[in-house]
Design a protein around this ligand. Sequence first.
Ligand SMILES: [Zn+2]
Length: 331
Amino acid sequence: MHTHILPKQLPNFAEKFGYGDFIHLIQKSDNTADMMQGEKFFRTIESNCWDPKLRIDDYEKFDTQVQVVCTIPVMFSYWAKGKDCAELSRYLNDQIAEICEANPKHYLGLGTIPMQDANEAIKELERCKEIGLLGVQIGSNINDKNLSEEEFFPIFKAAQELGMAILVHPWNMMGMKHMTKYWLPWLVGMPAETSRAICSMIFGGVLERLPDLRVCFCHAGGSFLPTIGRVEHGLNCRPDLVAIDNAKSPREYLGKFWVDCITHDPMALEYILKMQGSKRVTLGSDYPFPLGDLEIGKFITEMGLEQNIVEDIFCNATLEWLDINKSRFDV
Ligand SMILES: [Zn+2]
């Protein structure tokens, strides 16, 4: 789970809607394209971003049959008008649904929804379910608003009712403007963003009020799990600041939500497994991007973990998160 995909072609939404820095693609060759944010270059991507067959072959090299795909967070476009973002979301979601339908043994899909507009978001969430997607990916903040804001609660409630899983991905990193050097938004900002999202959903009582909502956080939960002691102590020593919407200890939520295993570090993963239990640690890759675990799970096989724990990470945790059966992938 946690891999990114894009359509090979993107309509020019900025032209269509008449505003905004919507992402468009400039095809460089058969195998490469530049992602442009308005007139600004964002990153070059290769055909492993859009070619379903090539991706299956790449995964095969690491004995991985199935990939859970979602868009690239820069496509969220939460800053756009709700209706326009809904249209963009539908375009991206339909493409993912098509790939999943054409390759049911290899692909599972997560959609994207216009979180800035709860009505539009719920409509698209319902449609995602109808077209066979199993959940949605959302950002760690929505236009700098935290996931604890009441305006997002109806969306989470709808996700619980529909049985749609939620993947929370860090993006729009806090402090980004002040740390442009050394790739710090990715190395420092992203783990902090993920912790921001988990703390917001715990302290805001989202996980408490929606116990059946299946949420997974990227990159092993970012800095949340390594700082759980501090976070819990914060609640205990300053409940007047922290425990205003939910008095329960953050520790009580460990093992209730999911995280992926992207740590690049056996000792870190051992700790994550201790905190979460192997049923709540999924096999993430962040494919096809270089900061991901592109040797999908190789370091895990070398850790000497018990077989049942490896199996939990390699498939059971994801199956449970998405509420599906292993048998659908029998070949
Ligand atoms: Zn990612």
